[in-house]
Design a protein around this ligand. Structure first.
Ligand SMILES: [Mn+2]
Length: 195
């Protein structure tokens, strides 16, 4: 089982997080931010990783530190649990329809962190969650997970659907990218993947 966990404490957040990339999508999520709990629950489900997240963050300011720090921690645990990356597919992609919205995620477990984020979200807030934090979250995951990650909402109008579509598409693409390709080889002709 590819598992990893960490505890991380700063003046802004106290985080306990555990992942199992070879899980079944079970999760226990307590971030103190309702919409973010909803997103992480469905990210776990669609990525088929088991995910436990417990955060005590400074949400009396806003959700920024909580969301970004969970992204940092999750990215670090994805990188750590992937280990030497031998035998993984490396690439993954998913289109996710949510009623009128279509979202897309494309991942390369490249060792070269990069985020492309194209989403024009109309609503600035969903509950206590500032919608611009979705980009902060995915950037933190990509940088710390050393992933090349391209996310786009191709079209849509409902802000909840658009962000949920991105999280689901990311989960599905991640599940594909980290799954076994049935070989014992490193998925690069260079014979090397950074990180
Ligand atoms: Mn929803």
């Amino acid at each position: 089982m590819r598992t990893a966990e960490l505890k991380r404490e700063t003046k802004e957040t106290k985080i306990e997080i555990r992942v199992n990339l070879d899980g079944t999508g079970e999760s226990s999520i307590q971030t103190g931010v309702g919409f973010f709990n909803h997103m992480l629950t469905l990210l776990a489900f669609h990525s088929q990783m088991d995910l436990d997240v417990k955060v005590e963050g400074d949400t009396w300011i806003d959700a920024h530190h909580t969301v970004e720090d969970v992204g940092i921690a999750l990215g670090q645990l994805i990188a750590k649990s992937l280990g030497d990356k031998v035998g993984i597919r490396r690439y993954g992609s998913s289109y996710m329809p949510m009623d009128e919205t279509l979202a897309r995620a494309v991942i390369d477990v490249s060792g070269r962190p990069f985020l492309v984020y194209q989403a024009d979200i109309r609503n600035p807030k969903l509950g206590d969650f500032d919608t611009e934090l979705a980009e902060e979250f995915f950037r933190a995951v990509a940088m710390n997970g050393r992933l090349t990650l391209h996310l786009a909402v191709l079209y849509g109008s409902n802000s909840h659907h658009m962000i949920e579509g991105l999280f689901k598409a990311f989960g599905r693409a991640l599940a594909e990218a980290v799954s076994s390709d049935g070989t014992n080889r490193l998925p690069s002709t260079k014979g090397w993947i950074e990180g």
